[in-house]
Design a protein around this ligand. Structure first.
Ligand SMILES: [Zn+2]
Length: 110
């Protein structure tokens, strides 16, 4: 009677050197990075990019957008996600959900 599994992925991978496994992992295509539309808000003398509905977890997140007087668009970059869930992509790219609003709130961004 056979108890040994015919295909055990862990045992199959264990037959290869670590360097080869690392190379294979590095060559795997990365998950697409989602875009997170965010609205500019002013909190006292600070600006914030507020994601009303995160593309990954559907919750609201807040990221720094600099001080009043600075160009908040410089912080529209890739961000490590603020989601509680650790699965999926590691972050998102902030995009301006309302550029007209941003120009009204931060004239120095012109
Ligand atoms: Zn999230």
């Amino acid at each position: 009677m056979l108890h040994f599994p015919f295909f055990n992925p862990r045992l199959a991978l264990a037959r290869y050197p670590v360097s080869l496994l690392r190379r294979i992992r590095n060559e795997l295509p990365e998950l697409p990075i989602p875009q997170a539309p965010a609205l500019l808000e002013r909190w006292e003398n600070e600006l914030k990019w507020v994601i009303p509905r995160c593309p990954l977890c559907r919750k609201r997140h807040v990221h720094a957008a600099g001080l009043v007087g600075e160009d908040p668009r410089k912080l529209l970059t890739h961000k490590v996600k603020h989601c509680a869930n650790l699965d999926g992509p590691s972050g998102y790219i902030l995009i301006d959900a309302d550029p007209q609003r941003t120009l009204r709130m931060a004239p120095e961004a012109r």
